[in-house]
Write a protein that binds this ligand. Structure first.
Ligand SMILES: Cc1cc2nc3c(=O)[nH]c(=O)nc-3n(C[C@H](O)[C@H](O)[C@H](O)COP(=O)(O)O)c2cc1C
Length: 350
């Protein structure tokens, strides 16, 4: 045990700060620690933008929907940054396409994230309080505009720092046994049962952002979060793509899928009141039976449309047994007859 580890084990996010700036000396030190952090491939594909302009900060606070952003004495935004290296390559007449691939994006993303955390450890060891702001991604496109981010860059996380003016409770974490496995991933028979104790412990935690009530149990928080996605955040990869990154996805794009509908056997195309396909598929055919009879269909579905990834959760929740082709189509948000046409086209290839 040493002082730094003690502080790490007592980490809590700080959201209210004393009205005192961080000295230039400490700021320089923290920036140097960010710079000294390990970096993937040695490429240093991240940058930090210090937000000192009050108006800009206010606009970011609005995006975050967190007023306390305005009161953070020192505010940095970490970005994944392949632009600098692309320019370095370009000035040597190198136009390699890989500068905009997702591997580069993630390399910079990891660099940015771990260097931000490295700063947190150092800042806390100096008695500073810190808070991350993932909420900058509520509207990543607006952040891109506000910060004038060029192609091949993208915001990762904001970090607020200052001298703490609050003493929040230590926020409980779930047991390590739920998160740390040996050699392979461990599945639990019932996750609700496994987090039963944690649910109780977390319900006794008071979030200083709303002191009037205890927080919900963890299991309730999970449901609330999953049921209330922020639309712009769900579509974040549209902005990533606008920033020049090519996802090189291998599933088929919508227009290609549409082309495949046209390839469906002629008599099926005209049969809008669909009853049964050549292979005997109907709207009420059980998906489990389909997969048993045509095992390659499952992989095929996952390849053509990422929405079918939901299948994986359904399978592990053992809901598949109850699922018909019609409900499968609903899951993928596509017309059931089109789905059957596509499956039929695939079967006819075998
Ligand atoms: C990537 C990331 C993004 C976060 N974004 C926000 C945020 O936008 N606003 C906020 O107040 N806290 C944010 N936090 C802090 C978490 O809410 C906090 O770490 C978590 O609730 C656990 O609390 P603790 O840090 O006090 O232990 C973020 C943390 C991480 C790691």
């Amino acid at each position: 045990m040493n002082e730094t580890i003690n502080r790490q084990l007592n980490h809590r996010s700080i959201r209210e700060f004393k009205d005192a700036d961080i000295s230039d000396e400490i700021r320089e030190l923290l920036l140097n620690i960010a710079n000294r952090t390990a970096t993937s491939n040695g490429m240093q594909a991240f940058s930090i933008i210090r937000i000192t302009d009050k108006e800009k900060k206010a606009k970011i606070a609005e995006i975050c929907k967190q007023d306390y952003v305005n009161r953070v004495p020192e505010f940095w935004i970490f970005i994944t940054d392949q632009y600098r290296n692309a320019k370095i390559a370009l000035e040597q007449d190198c136009f390699e396409d890989t500068r905009g691939d997702m591997d580069r994006f993630l390399q910079g993303y990891t660099d940015a994230a771990i260097s931000a955390q490295n700063v947190v450890v150092a800042a806390e060891s100096l008695g500073l309080g810190t808070v991350f702001f993932g909420s900058i991604l509520n509207d990543s496109e607006e952040i891109v505009n506000l910060l004038n981010l060029p192609i091949y860059t993208f915001p990762v996380v904001g970090l607020g720092m200052g001298y703490p003016n609050q003493e929040p409770q230590l926020k409980p974490r779930m047991e390590l046994s739920l998160k740390v496995f040996e050699n392979e991933y461990k599945e639990f028979d019932s996750y609700l049962d496994a987090i039963k104790d944690y649910d109780k412990v977390l319900s006794n935690y008071y979030d200083l952002r709303d002191t009037s009530r205890r927080v919900d149990s963890f299991s309730k928080q999970v449901v609330t979060k999953l049921q209330n996605p922020i639309e712009k955040r769900s579509k974040i990869f549209d902005v990533v793509r606008k920033q020049g990154y090519d996802m090189m996805l291998t599933y088929l794009m919508e227009d290609e899928i549409k082309k495949m509908y046209k390839n469906a056997p002629k008599d099926m195309k005209e049969d809008l009141d669909f009853h049964e396909s050549v292979s005997g598929l109907k709207l009420d055919t059980m998906v489990a039976d389909l997969f048993e009879k045509f095992p390659y269909v499952e992989d095929y579905l996952l390849m053509i449309n990422p929405k079918f990834n939901k299948l994986k959760t359904v399978v592990s929740a053992q809901e598949l047994r109850k699922m018909t082709l019609e409900s499968l189509a609903n899951l993928a948000e596509m017309p059931a007859d089109s789905l059957i046409y596509m499956i039929e086209s695939r079967i006819s290839e075998e």
